[in-house]
Design a protein around this ligand. Sequence first.
Ligand SMILES: NC(=O)c1ccc[n+]([C@@H]2O[C@H](COP(=O)([O-])OP(=O)(O)OC[C@H]3O[C@@H](n4cnc5c(N)ncnc54)[C@H](O)[C@@H]3O)[C@@H](O)[C@H]2O)c1
Length: 256
Amino acid sequence: MTARLKGKVALIIGAARGIGKGIAQRFAEERAQLVLADNEDEAGRATATELGAGFILTDISRMTDAEAAVRLALELHGRLDIVVQNAGIYPWQLIENTSPEDWDRVMGVNLRGCFNAARAALAPMKAQGSGRMLFTSSITGPHVTSPGHGHYGATKAGINGFIRSAALEFAGYGITVNGVEPGNILTEAIQMHRGPTFIKNMEDAIPLGRLGSPRDVANAFLFLASDDASYITGTTIVVDGGQLLPEGADFHLLPP
Ligand SMILES: NC(=O)c1ccc[n+]([C@@H]2O[C@H](COP(=O)([O-])OP(=O)(O)OC[C@H]3O[C@@H](n4cnc5c(N)ncnc54)[C@H](O)[C@@H]3O)[C@@H](O)[C@H]2O)c1
């Protein structure tokens, strides 16, 4: 523990479990003061209690909820240094079976949620003359995809575009805007949605030979939230165990 976030107030949205909980745990280890937001009340409160954090029930697809989460951070701690919008949903759905309502729901949480978080955090960060806005993107959408991710991939590619626009608009206020693109990360949600065969196939497709952990992703967020990243804005870090690298399936071949 090196207290890299000591004195910093961080709001983490989508923090009840999975990657978001991993980010909250990592930030807590580095002494950030935390406010967690999630649309699952019981799990969200349990994580917040475990980490000594504030908690607010939040549906990030709603602007009023995003504003209330920012307000809570300001009420509890008087400032807001870091906002992480990690909440995301990934229902598996072929495009031909996706209704406009399904499409809007995924857009609402994953993409509008990022706009809502940024828009709500902007005023206090602008007044402070500093801030870190961080978003969970994905390799799915910006770089690769698989069937069933039409809406999801569109949101994650959209997040990367939003990161660049927001970084440019907010640079003059001392606010940096960045994201992390996880590959396949072993969370409870992935285990539930995908199953053991998917996970085994994925391990074979990842050069480092394993799925990532929430902590692997959290370490990249920590770097982007820390003072070490003060000159970095408008970009994303890929955390995928090398999954994007192979040109084909033969990468396991050893040199002659
Ligand atoms: N797990 C992976 O392999 C992987 C890979 C790439 C990107 N991601 C992204 O990482 C993020 C977290 O994924 P995860 O695997 O940890 O999933 P998860 O389902 O375990 O966690 C998502 C969290 O967001 C919360 N949430 C969902 N909808 C919300 C809403 N409307 N408002 C507020 N909170 C909401 C959930 O309750 C949960 O706590 C997502 O944005 C996902 O797209 C995950």
